[in-house]
Design a protein around this ligand. Sequence first.
Ligand code: F6R
Length: 617
Amino acid sequence: MCGIVAYTGYREAYPLIIKGLKRLEYRGYDSAGIALLNGGLRIYKKKGKVSELEESLKNLPLSGNIGLGHTRWATHGEPNDVNAHPHYSSDRKLAIIHNGIIENYDALKKELVNRGHVFLSETDSEVLIHFIEDIQVNSQCSLEEAVRLALHRIVGAYAIVILAQDASNQLIAARKGSPLVIGIGKANGPASEYFLASDATPIIEYTNEVVYLKDHEIAVIRDHQLSIKNIDDVPTTPYVQTLAMELESIEKGGYEHFMLKEIFEQPRSVYDSMRGRVNSKQGYLLLGGLREHLGRVAKAPRIIIVGCGTSWHAGLVAEYLFEEFARIPVEVEYASEFRYRNPVVNEGDVVVAISQSGETADTLAAIELAKAKGAFIFGVCNVVGSSIPRASHAGAYTHAGPEIGVASTKAFTAQVSVLAMMAIILANERGTISKGLFYQLLVELEAIPDKIDQVLQRSTRKVQHIANTFKDASNFLYLGRGYNFPVALEGALKLKEISYIHAEGYPAAEMKHGPIALIDEAMPVVFIATRDSSYEKIVSNIQEVRARKGRVIAVVTEGEQLISQMAEFVIEIPVAHEALMPLISVIPLQLLSYSIAVMRGCHVDQPRNLAKSVTVE
Ligand code: F6R
């Protein structure tokens, strides 16, 4: 959470930083601010979105070739102008931007207050810059050394960048736990340029040569030179990577919202997640990251899946897949619970960590815990080079491309695709599925992108009509069974997070153990009732809702007769193997939540209180 951007080079820093902040706004949008060397060190910051900051500055002459910017997701202190970043040191000669949480800030703040420091904000970040200043003044050392000494005493997570009034050609950055990427721009005569950001999206327009700063590293860009040392002052050699990301992939491409664009990208993103990995004609299925470790993973006595939110839902689908096909016992855990409950993890257990961003703090902590207990970690992530893949022993990228909308859509289907491939590979290795089923599943997998496309082409209008009918509802219930139960959870999560309508997902059969009490003529109930092994059972559940006058919206398989007579609305989707159905049945639910949110005037891509990358626990 929180997005940070900084620049030093030969271009005007202000427009570049504002543009970068807009790209990072998905990480938080409670306030925005920038610091520039514009006739002295100046900070401009404001509650609200980056565009509001930009509007407030439009008549100011903001020039200079170095600067910092921050877009905030509030942790310490409410979202207001004062708590917005950047923050000054007490002499106003240093400015800091920070993403993360300083856990021991309170103790440090008391120490500093006793030494005469006065704080303007309630943030932990202001404490950090005062602490650095205090060390520099008292130890008469360089700023770089003061940063190093200060970070030795910091407990918590940070990605920081510091700009100093007295060093017009210097940025100092460091990270632990929160991401920080350094883009190496093109040289312009003797001058060169560097971009720093929470991810590569603000950078990619200018360069695709990047260095991902590692935990406990401090980078100094001074006089057009980058040097990196670890926190013990030992120089390290930067590993420069060339990113394959395209600028178009992080722009809206004519769609009204990123979320809509990302929903419509799914035929492509699911295809990309399988490209080069599945070939039914050759009977070929391969996940490069699994190949070397296949023996070990296939022999695992148990697989534990950890993730949060939508990634946890993908994990639930994987539980069904791994157990049905590979016959390996699976537990799916919320990473946030797993990390704090002293779980039993044995050597030989395999932990599959699922994350779009690869930066989710709870998932990272769950990985570290499981690693310490001897588990083998397999990461399933979308963002290349992010922290979770780096913390994992092995893994597979999902290749969904950058997901900017805060509500996860294409990441989910890409995760399920990769997890389905993994389940089939393991099953094949363990001999728990027949050759016939193996080939059938490959053919079914390859057909998925086309089927997603059919849903998008055929159901968008119908879904808009349903959305218009129910946009003012106060509650929704989503019910599914088997593979469609996690889809019910995902449908409900999508609706609540972007439209602010209360929604619950339940296994359909659980309804009679409580939620049925909620059903009356005002309650829309979305059934995911495709033709699968629990079809008859879910038909009975639909009847139970109808008997209580609930309003039924059903996602059904093409050609469905029975449910069409019972439901007020049906959305037909193509036939698919039931194990792969979540990849298709989730699509109308994504469209439904999107359409309702738009009709309610909600900010679809940046829903209130949320951030895309949850780097705090
Ligand atoms: C929901 C959503 C969140 C994320 C969750 C995990 O639409 O986006 O629930 O799924 O914060 O994030 P990652 O997958 O980045 O670990």
